[in-house]
Design a protein around this ligand. Structure first.
Ligand SMILES: [Zn+2]
Length: 70
């Protein structure tokens, strides 16, 4: 430990914090997206929605850094 490490409260720091994250616009932060399918179960056609992992954020629900709206 040394006092030279006290550089994390620099008032002039203008860097984007490492913890900045953007909520995934595809899944809305849930990490899963709806994936309804038609299925015939027991002779009855119905919709099955098991969801599937969000391909954009890999179920994280958020993206690292700032992602501007498209
Ligand atoms: Zn996502």
């Amino acid at each position: 430990m040394s006092e030279d490490e006290r550089d994390d409260d620099d008032p002039d720091a203008s860097d984007v914090p490492d913890l900045v994250q953007t909520i995934c616009p595809m899944c809305g932060g849930g990490g899963m997206i709806a994936d309804p399918k038609m299925a015939v179960i027991g002779g009855v056609a119905r919709t099955v929605d098991n969801g599937r992992p969000c391909p954009l954020c890999s179920t994280e629900g958020h993206l690292p850094g700032l992602v501007p709206p498209v």
